[in-house]
Ligand binder design. Structure first.
Ligand code: ACO
Length: 427
């Protein structure tokens, strides 16, 4: 017996929607997905066109502000974002306090929350009338303040990610450079040593001899475009859920980062590589698929809550993989990946459940070919997804109805009221 029946009469219609399969939590004009047809658009623009013609920083502007920028808007936005990449020197001590083998996602999640400790003006509880209420009333100073938090979050995402990368290697941090694109700047700060890196002929003219390879930099820029937003994915929902109680946006982004860490979300590309390594070679694919069908294993990189066909991003990523492998040489796991991919797409078990490859199936192979360690893969997802998070956060903060705290209902299935029993009288 429980209080369910009593509760039932009081509450009217209440539906337990486990996993939010059928609950829309917001109205949004940012990203459109048709999961049956495999369509993805940012602010109306097809992802295929953006991946081919746009840049990550332009897409960031589009997602956040709703329109493609003019030349001067783009220059201003890029300059502000890159300018805000610089991190206070104190951050060195912060990163130095982690264990030598700390997971970069643990460091990055903490670092976003830490970032909030620098910017009291972003914390609504420190203000009489909140920043966001002022924005909603059209106060231009409040808008500038909000933009500043956005520039900082996007700009510093690369810096913090690079710090989490380098601290593990016991290497000094690199100050964000000038004169490079967002993605090049990120690669430069990582000073990431992939097998194909080129070095400038005259290191003395530059603080570092490292030059990102143009094909790899463009490949990463496109991957960033593809990962920038995906409407109400788990981490963006987490950012909004957290943001709805009006903390500063750094805290909300830290919560999103924690959500993305899981293997069912941003950790899936790492899981794909572990799966491919475990399979070992194409002839072991049938045995692995049989184990998936017995529910002993998961086919990582397949399936999606929204797409009931192939994820449109997976086609674009497949093409990028070929371009990257042409530079780096093919990944030894590629044959196994192709065999697994093709076999799953022909198998009735996966076909009947409408399970196709998602964005993560190929992205891990690209990151691996570029020489990134596996536990850094989710970080490479977080950096671009910060854009989606701040776009959703800004939209919610500026909603004409104001922000309403997200406080869902539950259906209680526990015991009815019962008297307390003293500890010595319990059986
Ligand atoms: N391998 C094997 N079976 C699967 C898989 C998979 N990857 N995904 C779904 N299924 C099966 C389920 O077992 C279920 O079968 P059943 O109806 O016989 O019980 C059916 O397909 C429907 O799947 P659900 O679990 O209900 O789908 P849901 O929408 O809840 O989960 C998810 C989506 C979490 C992405 C799931 O497909 C999965 O775990 N995939 C592997 C992890 C992954 O690649 N995640 C990345 C997602 S994309 C992103 O975050 C960028």
């Amino acid at each position: 017996p429980n209080d369910r029946a009593e509760d039932e009469t009081e509450r009217g219609l209440r539906v337990a929607d486990r996993g939010f399969l059928n609950t829309a939590v917001i109205e949004s004009s940012i990203t459109y997905i048709d999961g049956e047809k495999g369509v993805l658009r940012y602010r109306g623009y097809p992802i295929e066109q953006l991946a081919e013609k746009s840049t990550f920083i332009e897409c960031a502007y589009l997602l956040i502000y709703g329109a493609l920028p003019t030349r001067s808007q783009l220059v201003h936005f890029e300059r502000e974002v890159l300018l805000h990449g610089i991190m206070h020197a104190d951050a060195k001590e912060f990163f130095g306090a982690f264990r030598y083998d700390a997971h970069p996602m643990a460091m990055l999640t903490s670092a976003f929350a830490y970032l909030g400790s620098y910017y009291g003006e972003a914390n609504p509880s420190l203000q009489g009338q909140t920043l966001y209420t002022k924005c909603a009333k059209g106060d231009s100073e409040a808008f500038q303040n909000m933009d500043k938090q956005i520039f900082r979050l996007i700009g510093k995402a690369t810096t913090l990610a690079a710090m989490a990368y380098r601290v593990r290697q016991g290497r000094e941090f690199v100050v964000p450079p000038t004169g490079m694109s967002y993605t090049e700047s990120f690669l430069y700060q990582l000073d990431h040593l992939s097998p194909t890196d080129s070095f400038s002929a005259s290191p003395s003219t530059s603080p570092s001899p490292y030059k990102p390879h143009p094909v790899l930099a463009r490949a990463l820029d496109i991957l960033f475009i593809l990962h920038a937003d995906h409407e109400m994915n788990a981490s963006s929902t987490t950012v909004l859920q957290t943001g709805s109680s009006l903390p500063d946006p750094y805290s909300a982004v830290a919560a999103g980062c924690a959500s993305l860490y899981g293997p069912l979300h941003g950790g899936a590309n790492e899981a794909v590589i572990r799966m491919l390594v475990a399979i070992g070679s194409p002839e072991n694919v049938p045995a692995y698929l049989a184990a998936v069908k017995r529910r002993e294993k998961v086919l990582s990189g397949f399936g999606h809550r929204v797409y009931k066909t192939s994820d449109p991003r997976s086609f674009i990523i497949r093409k990028i993989a070929d371009e990257v492998f042409a530079v780096t040489g093919p990944d030894p796991l590629l044959d196994t990946a192709m065999a697994l991919h093709d076999a799953a797409l022909k198998d009735e078990y996966f076909v009947s459940r409408k399970l196709g490859p998602n964005v993560d199936f190929w992205s891990g192979l690209i990151y691996r070919a570029m020489g990134f360690p596996m536990d850094f893969f989710p970080v490479l997802f977080v950096v671009p997804r910060v854009v989606g998070w701040v776009a959703h956060w800004r939209q919610m903060m500026l909603s004409p109805e104001g922000v309403k705290i997200w406080r869902p209902k539950q259906i209680y299935i526990g015991p009815s009221e019962r008297p307390y029993v003293a500890v010595d009288e319990r059986e």
